[in-house]
Structures are given as structure tokens and as C-alpha cells.
Write a protein that binds this ligand. Structure first.
Ligand SMILES: Nc1nc2c(ncn2[C@@H]2O[C@H](COP(=O)(O)OP(=O)(O)O)[C@@H](O)[C@H]2O)c(=O)[nH]1
Ligand SMILES: [Mg+2]
Length: 456
């Protein structure tokens, strides 16, 4: 797959000032020259150009001008893919970008698969698998925290730790294997002690890495928060307050919100999707019934529920029932309309966490944001944490490694046959190696790179 030349639009599809068509592979420069015409008309302008230079001219097809462009030439190995790369900066119209890409494909390049440029960077050894994943994380980062974490991972902070872990288990494996070859010799007690210690500290280290998985999930994926409550409690007003702009229609007519409205915001560094619902009340209205069905569905998917109560009204039997229903959930009771005389307070919320707010004047909204953050992640975000936050793939591999390490440790302590110990140590080493891509399968690579966009 590495011996052909690939091309794709590397910028988002749509209208923009500029778009970039990226070409990578052995024939990148030849393909570039075939479609590029500099002002002096020379055919092999790019082939003669120095690496990492940019050139003015036109993209031409059958002597017809397609676009006025700037073309950069970057020669292997100092490029993203470690192959020759030509990048065409063209006008960012849908049609012009498409036409330039078609011309490039017509000149012998193949359309790149999703993530194929990054995959080549991996296969050529420029980055390892955790760094390739960091490229995707970087592109998808929706908060500063996620961006910082992706940058640390791209810089190889996680790779360093994983490689250390792999070296340690390989060291033990090498010792064990050496003694399999000489069955008459037992492992010296001192050496055995050292090997056991090394495996124990590897196990501790794996636990430390696994402990970052929840934060990793939170920072990368964020959480879903459902806003529920009776009609006119102020759910839509609360959504608007949390977003900082008027997204949902607010009115004193009960049943204004009939569909679920979802919108994303950053709350204390965490991406949060808020879902404003139609409420959960019994109703005869068919449209509202569908709204309630959708509200129930969002409630089911939510990591956190904001139960909005109108604190200027006394509690109703309906409120009581809802409080009981939500008692099992990760839920914050929002006592809204604190600007009005209170007819309902903390005591009426059955001891659940309650935050008074006014969506009219914004009182209590910052406290509510703190409570939302604390309800999913009650801790400091240290720079150490941002350096390593394992994702679910790493977590799964680490768990496999841990199980195998524990088995190997038990066997070593009990003086089991060394062949058995070696089997488990090899399983552990391979599982750890999968994280950085030292041991991979085509399926694993496909599942990682297929999540990328085309052009990356
Ligand atoms: N006084 C007061 N009125 C509010 C407050 N929040 C919402 N309202 C009013 O309550 C009514 C219902 O609000 P809305 O957000 O549409 O409620 P929803 O049906 O739960 O989505 C509207 O007239 C809002 O202006 C508040 O904090 N104080
Ligand atoms: Mg509403």
C-alpha cells in the first residue's frame, strides 16, 4: 500500500478562503509537475525546486487553467508522512477544490483513504500508534484540556511510559527464556527477587495508567446532561443561561418546548452536551406525547440530570414522584426562580444535591457549573494528568497485560515451570506493544485509521 501516490483535500469541505490538496508518495513531485504551470512555463519546475519551498503558478488540465495556486514541495524524509509531499493551496470554493483534486487524480494519484496520510506516518516510523491517535484527538478536541492532552500525547509522553513498561517486561521475559534453554540451572534467588520486584512495579504502573482512563474519557468525549422538570419550571431558560446565548424559545406558555434541543458548551474544561427536553408530564396532546417520549430517551442516555424546579411554587405530587424517580441517578436539583419569594427549598428535595439559581438574573449559574463539574469529576486537573490520559483502546490492552502479568507473577512466586511463565509474559509484552503499535494487526490499524477524516 506504500508504493503508490495518494491525494486528498486536506481542508474542510465547503467554502473558504483557501483549500489545500495534499499529495504524498514516490511520485508526488511528478504528479505535481504534471498539473502545475509556473509563470515561466517550465515543465519540471517542482522537480528542480529545493525542498520546503513554495511556488506561484496555475493548475492546468489540457492547457486549460483550473485555478491560480501556491504549491509547496517537501521532500522525504522531513515530511508528515516521511514521503515526498506536494501541497496545493488553491481557492477554497467547493467547485474549484474539486476540480483541482480531479486534475491531480487524473495525473496518476489515487484518492487517499480516511487517515491514510497519518497511517503512512505510522508505517514509516515517524510516529507510533498513540501519537497517531493523538493526531485524531487534536483534530477533534473541543476544549483546551482536550487540546493540551492531545498535544502531550503527540509529543510522545504516553509512548515513553508505555515503552518503559514494555522494556521492563521484556527484560524479565529474556531472563526467564534464558533459563528455559538451560533447565539444569535455577534462577539465582537474588536475580529472582529482582525479577519479581520488576513485575510488581510494572503492575503498579499499569494501575496508575488505568486510573487515568476516566479522566481521559471525560476530556475527550465529554458528558451528556439532560434538563428535565415540569412545564414552565425554566428548563429552556436554564439551557440558554448555561450556553450563554438564547438557543431555546422561552415563554410562559406551558409546552413551548416540544422537541428535544441539544447544544454543546464547555463547562470548566469539559465538553458538555445539554439536552433541553419537553418535560416528562402526562399529556393528552399527541405532539407533546412524542416530545415526552424523546425526553425519556435523552434521560436514559444522560450522564447527569438537571432536575429543574420552580422554587416559587409549592411542591406538587408530580414533583415528589420525579424526585423519587431520579434519586437513583446522578442528579442535581436546580431550584430556579430564586429572584421570587421561595415556596420550596432544599428540605423539599429529599436530601439530594440542590443549587438555587435565577435564570432571570443569572444568580447561582456559576455555582451550578461548579456542581456539574464536581458531579462527574471531583478532582484537580494536574499537568501530570494531561500528559497521560489513556483511551478505551489503551485501557483494554492494559487490562489484558495486567491479567497476564499477575498470572506470571503468581507462577514465578510458586516456582512453576518457566515455559508457562514465559507464555504469560509474552502475552503481557504483546498487549503493551499493541498500545504503541509495536505489535499490530491490519484489523487494529483499520479500526484506528477509519475514524480519521479523508485528507488527514
Ligand atoms: N422570575 C423568574 N422567571 C423565570 C425564571 N426562569 C424562567 N422564568 C420564566 O418562566 C417561564 C417559563 O420558562 P421556560 O424556560 O420556557 O420554562 P420551560 O417550560 O421549563 O422550558 C418564562 O416566562 C420565563 O421567563 C427565573 O429564574 N425567574
Ligand atoms: Mg422549554
Amino acid at each position: 500500500m506504500l508504493d503508490d501516490t495518494i491525494a486528498a483535500i486536506a481542508t474542510p469541505l465547503g467554502q473558504g478562503g483557501l483549500a489545500i490538496i495534499r499529495i504524498s508518495g514516490e511520485n508526488a513531485v511528478t504528479v505535481g509537475d504534471a498539473v502545475f504551470r509556473p509563470p515561466n512555463g517550465v515543465d519540471d519546475h517542482l522537480a528542480k525546486a529545493n525542498s520546503h519551498t513554495i511556488h506561484y503558478g496555475h493548475i492546468v488540465r489540457e492547457s486549460q487553467r483550473i485555478d491560480e495556486v501556491m504549491v509547496s514541495v517537501m521532500r522525504a524524509p522531513a515530511t508528515f508522512t516521511r514521503e515526498d509531499i506536494v501541497e496545493i493551496n488553491c481557492h477554497g470554493g467547493m467547485q474549484s477544490t474539486r476540480a483541482v483534486l480531479d486534475t491531480v487524480l487524473g495525473a496518476g494519484a489515487r484518492l487517499a483513504l480516511p487517515g491514510e496520510f497519518t497511517k503512512r506516518a505510522f508505517l514509516h516510523g515517524r510516529i507510533d500508534l498513540t501519537q497517531a491517535e493523538a493526531v485524531a484527538d487534536l483534530i477533534h478536541a473541543r476544549t483546551d484540556l482536550a487540546l493540551n492532552a492531545a498535544n502531550e500525547q503527540l509529543a510522545g509522553k504516553l509512548s515513553q511510559r508505555i515503552n518503559q513498561l514494555r522494556d521492563d517486561t521484556m527484560h524479565v521475559l529474556a531472563h526467564v527464556e534464558a533459563h528455559i534453554d538451560f533447565p539444569d540451572e535455577d534462577i539465582e534467588p537474588d536475580t529472582m527477587d529482582g525479577l519479581l520486584k520488576r513485575l510488581e512495579s510494572s503492575e503498579t504502573f499499569i494501575d496508575q495508567l488505568l486510573a487515568t482512563a476516566n479522566e481521559g474519557q471525560l476530556v475527550r468525549k465529554g458528558i451528556r446532561v439532560a434538563i428535565v422538570g415540569r412545564p414552565n419550571a425554566g428548563k429552556s431558560s436554564l439551557l440558554n443561561q448555561l450556553l450563554g446565548h438564547d438557543r431555546a424559545i422561552v415563554s410562559d406558555i406551558a409546552g413551548t418546548t416540544r422537541d428535544t434541543i441539544s447544544e454543546e458548551a464547555q463547562i470548566r474544561g469539559i465538553p458538555v452536551v445539554f439536552v433541553d427536553t419537553a418535560g416528562l408530564q402526562e399529556t393528552e396532546d399527541v405532539v407533546e406525547q412524542e416530545g415526552v417520549r424523546r425526553s425519556r430517551a435523552s434521560l436514559g442516555q444522560a450522564d447527569l440530570v438537571l432536575h429543574v424546579l420552580d422554587a416559587s411554587e409549592p411542591p406538587t405530587p408530580d414533583t415528589e414522584a420525579r424526585l423519587a424517580e431520579l434519586a437513583e441517578r446522578n442528579c442535581i436539583v436546580v431550584l430556579n426562580k430564586s429572584d421570587l419569594p421561595a415556596r420550596l427549598d432544599q428540605a423539599d428535595t429529599h436530601g439530594g444535591q440542590a443549587v438555587p439559581v435565577s435564570c432571570l438574573n443569572g444568580d447561582g449559574i456559576e455555582e451550578l457549573k461548579d456542581a456539574i463539574r464536581a458531579s462527574v469529576w471531583d478532582g484537580e486537573i494536574t499537568s501530570e494528568m494531561l500528559e497521560v490520559m489513556v483511551n478505551s483502546r489503551h485501557q483494554e490492552a492494559l487490562n489484558r497485560a495486567k491479567t497476564a502479568l499477575q498470572t506470571a507473577l503468581g507462577q514465578l512466586r510458586e516456582g512453576a515451570v518457566l515455559d508457562l511463565v514465559a507464555v504469560d509474559l509474552r502475552i503481557a509484552t504483546n498487549a503493551i506493544g499493541e498500545i504503541v503499535g509495536k505489535t499490530t494487526t491490519e484489523d487494529l490499524l483499520d479500526s484506528i485509521f477509519s475514524t480519521f477524516c479523508i485528507g488527514k
